[in-house]
Every structure is written in C-alpha cells, then in structure tokens.
Write a protein that binds this ligand. Structure first.
Ligand SMILES: [Zn+2]
Length: 275
C-alpha cells in the first residue's frame, strides 16, 4: 500500500544522490545553494510575493530554465527548500525542448500533491540533507540522548528547517520513530529561541555565528536602503554575492511590482513558456 509513496521517495533520492555525485560534493552541506543551482544552468531569481504568497515556481521554455523563489517566505531555510524542490522539477520532470511550468503554493504540503510533487519534495530533502550525513550526525550519541539543541545546530549546518532535519534523521535510520516523536514534541516553542540565541535567526548557513540579532539588523538596514550591498557584505563578513543571497533578494526587487516582474519573465522567455 505504500508502494507509490516510497517509490516517489526513491526516485527523488536517487536523482539527488546522482546530482551530488556529479557535482563532487559528497555528503557535505550545500552552503551556497544559489550558486549550486546556477551551476546547473538554471536561472534563479527572488521576488517578494508576500509572506502568505506561493513558495516558488519553475519555468522552462524549451531552452532556458528559471526558478523564482518567494523572498518574503522566512526563514531562509524555507527558501532553500523551495529552490531545491524547483530544481527537482528541473532534474526530474523537464523533457528536452518541451516547455513546462510548475507553481508551488506550499512546498511543505506534498501529501496533497501529485506524484511529481512527491518526487520533487523527496529530491529537495535528500539533496539538502543526504542520508549518509544524517546517519553520521552526532557520533557516539545514543538516539535517546539527542536533544533539540544539537538538532538545531545540525539543521543550521545543512541549511534546512528543524522539522525537516528531524524527519530526515528518522528517514535515514539515524533515529527511531519514538525519538522523532519525542523531538517533535520537545522542539515546540523552543526552536526560535535557540536559533536567536545562537545567531541563526537569519544567518542560516554554517560558519562562525554572528552575534544574535546582528544579521537581522543588517537585513533591516539593507531592506530600508540605509546600507548598500557592499557595506552589508562587509558587515556580514562575506562577499557581495553571498551577502545578496543571504539577504534573500536582489536590491532591484524592491522597485518591481509583481505584474512588472511577471511581464519581464514573459518578455524574456516568451508567452509560450506558461501555456
Ligand atoms: Zn513542485
């Protein structure tokens, strides 16, 4: 009875493993997912479609592929999962020369979706948090002794949501169902506080954490146009491209209306891309 669901998961997992192998990244976290996606020959853009807006879209006009991620969805781990999910459509569902479009209102709700959605969901989960890395997490720690706090650290290192990390720890065989359920209970009301304490609240990807609240403040200044991208990058101790990716959108995005943005995509890709 679980045949269909498990084989969708297997297909997503196999494609993600192959892509990791081809890219030569082993089981390491994909810290710069935006660059990783662009390296696959896919254009990646960010646009604010609202906090309750759709997560993202994938469009292919037969020649060019484009992923658009909703930069209003927080945290960044969610945008990463969306981008990885759309990359799954690119890898798994694109047929050379045949235009296609996928629109994802909610990448966290794959159960109501089609077979393709289940495959793209599995692809994203396995790409961002590979089995071998999950199984190797917390060496020497018994499953019963795994705490929410160390799961928050692992989630941060791999740039995925804590809920996804718990799911992947169980799915990869690192923890039992009873530990998954315990961690899911214990994480409630705790994760945001832990992430803020650790400075993970915006700074999603691993590295020496900046002081709590610091990155949020920079993001706010940048959003209001009070610091430019160069200064923001300096404050974030990173390069301009990474800062731009971390801050979740391109500076010119603020000047676009949604209609203008979509018209621009149509102008670039041709109306046929969507139909
Ligand atoms: Zn999808």
């Amino acid at each position: 009875m679980k045949m269909s669901a498990s084989s969708a998961a297997d297909i997503g997992a196999a494609a993600a493993s192959k892509l990791r192998l081809d890219a030569g990244i082993g089981n390491e976290p994909i810290t710069d997912l935006w660059a990783f996606i662009r390296d696959q020959g896919v254009d990646l853009a960010f646009h604010g479609f609202g906090e309750e807006g759709p997560d993202g879209t994938y469009r292919y006009d037969g020649r060019h592929a484009l992923i658009v991620v909703n930069s209003d969805r927080k945290p960044i781990a969610r945008q990463r999962f969306t981008a990885a999910h759309e990359l799954g459509h690119h890898v798994l569902h694109r047929k050379q020369g045949q235009p296609m479009r996928a629109a994802d209102a909610d990448v966290n709700a794959p159960t109501g979706g089609s077979r393709q959605e289940s495959e793209a969901h599995a692809f994203a989960a396995y790409l961002l948090a590979p089995d071998a890395a999950m199984r190797a997490a917390f060496p020497g720690v018994e499953p019963a002794d795994i705490t929410v706090e160390i799961v928050v650290d692992l989630a941060h290192r791999f740039g995925v949501a804590v809920a996804t990390t718990i799911y992947r720890l169980h799915n990869s065989g690192r923890i039992r169902a009873v530990d998954r359920d315990r961690l899911n209970d214990q994480r409630k009301g705790k994760v945001e506080r832990l992430r803020t304490q650790k400075g993970y609240d915006v700074e999603e990807i691993h590295g020496a954490p900046l002081p709590p609240g610091f990155v949020t403040d920079i993001a706010a200044l940048y959003d209001r146009g009070m610091v430019g991208i160069d200064r923001a990058a300096e404050l974030l101790r990173t390069d301009v491209d990474t800062a731009r990716a971390k801050l979740g959108h391109r500076p010119e995005a603020a000047d676009f209306s949604e209609d203008e943005f979509l018209r621009e995509i149509d102008a670039e890709f041709g109306e046929s891309a969507g139909e």
